[in-house]
Design a protein around this ligand. Structure first.
Ligand code: PFF
Length: 459
């Protein structure tokens, strides 16, 4: 990144991504995370397999992709944090910046529980290395996981390790922190995932898992399940809450935004499928239940490797991989409030990181302790961990998605949309933009609204 010459008046140039590969690594690093490796498999398992996957795919194409493109486009145009972007691009006195403000709220809720799942993943690297969790006995595997999550000290300590790690990387900046780290980690993640997928597929009995993943059972698809699948699409692609707007603001002017979004979406899907292929064959091969819920990853993956040559090594590698994925995603979530605070309120990046981490340590601890000391703090029957998860994916992000697409297609308008996404006419993508604008204007916001209202039981 070039820095402006030091002088009394010149502001340093705004930090940003420095290469196309860096853009892809960071954006994909945001998308690929525990959403793919933890949430996608357990939700697919709990909601009937392939039927759920199909609904998820439709939601990804008709909802997530248009929102992602709109978000990146707005951020790149305004070159600012999520709140400032909408202040700058909206007509005077229209409160579209509230989308950014809700995004900050969503970022806190997500990081609060996400950092705890990441905490379990980090702890599992060490448990795996020590050989503690290498078992194919479902009861023993569940017991081992339960003893970690119900231990308040371990839960909090690991969460703080995670928060300090991402805080440290964010402190290094956008190009030297986020971009540099994700450029190294993402290729490693793909290699590890492929190795592990092949390992799981060669298990005896793997075919039942594949059938579950690929043969649809539509009887399980209720309106609430459709909302869950759509919420998962928002969560997995990091959209509807300002993350992609913030990353878009670090994109270079010559980046092809629709093509990058499509690439990120496809690669993200590929990673989810690989995670499914790594997990479900083992679930069936060892007699686990696919409906295990959030603990699925932590009790079945050890079983995948338990009875195999070099099993322990693979197990350690798997949790290293999950930790890598979680780190890239958390960086992008933390960047939302940090950039709003430092750019909008004018505080230093360092101070913004420290303040946000302190707030997160407090809010996050409620989630970290939600299987022990705060287990009885419930609302609508959900503890803090489940509540934050539900509200962010199924309410805040979809509402943000409606706001963003309505803003882009109805307020900002067609000429600017076309200008921004064709890079001022340099890309010959008119036909694509015709379809995209139509979907963004009519299909995406209405579909989100209908799925939300029906899924929440409003009609
Ligand atoms: N997309 C991430 C995952 O799949 O794990 C999670 C996430 C990242 C959600 C960034 C929201 C966000 F803004």
């Amino acid at each position: 990144m070039t820095q402006a010459a030091p002088s009394a008046v010149a502001k340093p140039a705004r930090d940003g991504f420095t290469s196309s590969f860096g853009v892809l690594a960071a954006t994909l690093g945001s998308a690929v995370g525990l959403g793919n490796i933890w949430k996608f498999p357990y939700l697919t398992g709990a909601n009937g397999g392939a039927g759920f996957l199909l609904v998820y795919l439709v939601a990804t194409l008709l909802v997530a992709l248009p929102v992602m493109i709109s978000e990146i486009m707005l951020g790149r145009r305004a070159k600012a944090d999520a709140v400032t972007t909408l202040v700058r691009l909206a007509p005077r006195r229209q409160p579209w910046w509230l989308i950014g403000a809700f995004g900050v709220l969503a970022a806190f809720l997500i990081l609060a529980f996400y950092s705890e799942v990441a905490a379990w993943v980090f702890a599992y690297i060490f448990k795996a290395a020590a050989g503690d969790i290498l078992t194919t006995d479902p009861a023993q595997a569940s017991q081992s996981f339960a003893s970690l999550v119900s231990d308040p000290v371990a839960s909090l300590a690991w969460q703080w390790v995670v928060l300090l790690l991402i805080g440290g990387i964010i402190l290094m900046g956008v190009s030297k922190g986020i971009e540099a780290v994700t450029k190294k980690l993402m290729p490693l993640l793909f290699v590890l995932l492929i190795v592990i997928g092949v390992r799981s597929l060669t298990l005896p009995g793997a075919s039942a898992g594949l059938e579950f993943l690929f043969a649809p059972d539509f009887s399980r698809i209720t309106p609430a399940v459709v909302l869950t699948a759509m919420g998962l699409a928002f969560f997995k692609l990091s959209i509807g809450m300002g993350t992609m707007m913030t990353y878009g603001s670090y994109f270079r002017a010559d980046e092809n935004v629709p093509a990058t979004a499509l690439r990120v979406m496809s690669a993200d899907l590929f990673v989810s499928m690989l995670a499914g292929v790594a997990i479900f064959p083992a679930v069936f091969a060892f007699g686990f239940k696919p409906e295990a819920g959030p603990s699925l990853l932590f009790i079945t993956i050890p079983a995948v490797f338990a009875n195999m040559p070099f099993g322990q090594l693979f197990l350690v590698l798997f949790f290293v991989l999950a930790a890598i994925a979680a780190t890239g995603a958390m960086l992008s979530i933390l960047e939302v409030p940090v950039s709003v605070m430092s750019e909008r309120l004018g505080v230093s990046r360092k101070k913004a990181v420290v303040v946000n981490l302190a707030l997160l340590a407090v809010i996050g601890s409620v989630c970290a302790l939600s299987n022990s000391l705060t287990a009885h703090w419930t609302l609508f029957g959900l503890n803090a961990f489940d509540l934050f998860d539900y509200v962010s994916s199924n309410i805040l992000m979809p509402v943000g998605g409606i706001g963003l697409t309505v803003f882009v297609a109805w307020v900002w308008g067609r000429p600017r949309f076309e200008e921004a996404l064709s890079n001022g006419g340099r890309l010959a993508n008119r036909g694509v933009l015709d379809v995209l604008f139509f979907v963004t204007r009519w299909v995406t916001p209405l579909l989100i609204l209908a799925v939300m209202l029906k899924g929440l039981g409003a009609f």
